[in-house]
Design a protein around this ligand. Structure first.
Ligand code: DI6
Ligand code: FE
Length: 393
């Protein structure tokens, strides 16, 4: 006897089963306990739901966000429209550092209320897992405060990533190496001590940290047995993707300036490519990530919103998929895989999320569309009619 079953559904399993035109999916104790064609469903369930012909997809996995922060950067948007570049603004003391100021000044309660409110948009669009980074604190108390807020978010599964190496704060200006040591020796161990960290990330870029500094952050993560990921080659080719691969990173993210060699290194290391079309669009970047090379080398491609107040104030997985298709020429199938199976891989969660398969979390969403491709096609529509989390509608 299963707890619940959904009948009269079309299933996009994102797994070996592929699409099932007339399917059934059952959940028991929060996990998928049966999935297949309706004609083969012979079991019974305590509750029967009629999906009314909706498509059921795995709950989306947004594997790269900076959801927790205070304030906004609308003013910088105006400056950029007048010709200033993202890097100019950062060098003049704006950018990430201005969000750091606002975030340091906000209480944990306020940060949580703001982030939870933002999160509603992801919930409404069928999201089951969201990754949330720190990195707007850059001091011990605020980094921990951000991670605590992330852990307290409700409505879906949250994965936290420590991004202490996001940029150098004012008080360490000109002393990036000392700052990295502070993060490695004090802040990361303190955060890990409170069990606030699921992975460690860094921003390897001209306006942030070099390869050597990034490698030292990775070494600290390794010592604590934490997986790593990297903001790599977003604004310039610093060899970030290859560095991430060398350290066995779960993912390398952005990748606009990544070389062929970087892609090959990622393929060998099974590092997932996380593409972030929101930042590409909002910064009016023109250099495309190496999509053809990624496909050729069979590097799994994940997509994410990169939601943050500076470079990607994007709160919609659906719009991110549309942008990935229009700007990066991904196919709708690739975009859907990017927010399901490959998003899960980018977080090391492929055993529990990303597909509709027996044993995985019963986290899925019902969509009123004729085909899954419509989810990547429509702009600004939200055809999500229901979300199921751990088997509960
Ligand atoms: N790359 C990004 O796109 C975000 N962080 C990063 O390392 C931007 C963060 C910000 O501008 O506030
Ligand atoms: Fe980011």
């Amino acid at each position: 006897m299963h707890d619940a079953v959904w009948l009269n559904a079309k299933l996009a399993t994102m797994a070996a089963h592929g699409a099932i035109a007339d399917g059934a999916i059952a959940a028991t104790q929060g996990r998928i306990s049966w999935v297949g064609p309706r004609a083969e469903w012979k079991d019974r369930a305590r509750t029967e739901h009629d999906a009314r012909g909706a498509w059921i997809l795995p709950g989306f996995v947004d594997c790269h966000t900076h959801l927790v922060y205070a304030g906004n950067r609308a003013h910088e948007f105006e400056l950029r429209l007048k010709g200033a570049s993202y890097e100019d603004i950062a060098k003049a003391g704006g950018g990430i550092v201005s969000t750091v100021c606002a975030t340091r000044g906000a209480s944990e309660t306020d940060l949580l209320a703001q982030a939870q409110k933002r999160l509603n948009r992801w919930l409404a669009e069928g999201t089951a897992v969201i990754e949330v980074k720190s990195g707007y604190g850059l001091d011990r108390d605020t980094e921990l405060k951000m991670l605590r807020v992330a852990r307290r978010l409700k409505g879906l599964t949250v994965r936290t990533t420590f991004l202490g190496a996001h940029t150098v704060p004012e008080e360490y200006r000109g002393r990036a190496d000392a700052y990295i040591d502070f993060m490695r020796h004090e802040v990361l161990p303190a955060a890990e001590g409170e069990k606030l960290v699921d992975a460690v990330d860094a921003f390897c870029e001209r306006i942030a940290f070099n390869r050597n500094q990034t490698a030292r952050v990775f070494a600290a993560a390794k010592k604590l047995n934490l997986p790593v990921k990297l903001h790599a080659d977003q604004l310039s080719d610093l060899g970030g993707a290859a560095l991430a691969a060398k350290h066995g990173a779960l993912s390398a993210d952005h990748l606009e300036y990544t070389s062929e060699q970087g892609v090959e290194a990622m393929a060998r290391a099974h590092t997932v490519a996380v593409l972030l079309p929101g930042a590409f669009y909002f910064l009016r970047e023109t250099k495309l990530p190496p999509i053809a090379a990624l496909r050729r080398s069979h590097v799994p491609i994940a997509l994410a919103t990169d939601h943050n107040p500076g470079s990607s104030p994007l709160s919609s997985p659906l719009l991110a998929m549309n942008l990935a298709c229009t700007l990066f020429h991904l196919t709708p199938d690739e975009a859907l895989a990017g927010f399901t199976i490959n998003g899960a891989r980018a977080l090391g969660m492929q055993a529990t999320h990303g597909t509709l398969e027996v044993g995985k979390a019963a986290d899925f969403a019902l969509w009123e569309v004729d085909s899954p491709a419509e989810l990547a096609y429509a702009i600004g529509a939200n055809p999500c009619v229901a979300r199921v989390i751990r088997g509960c509608p």
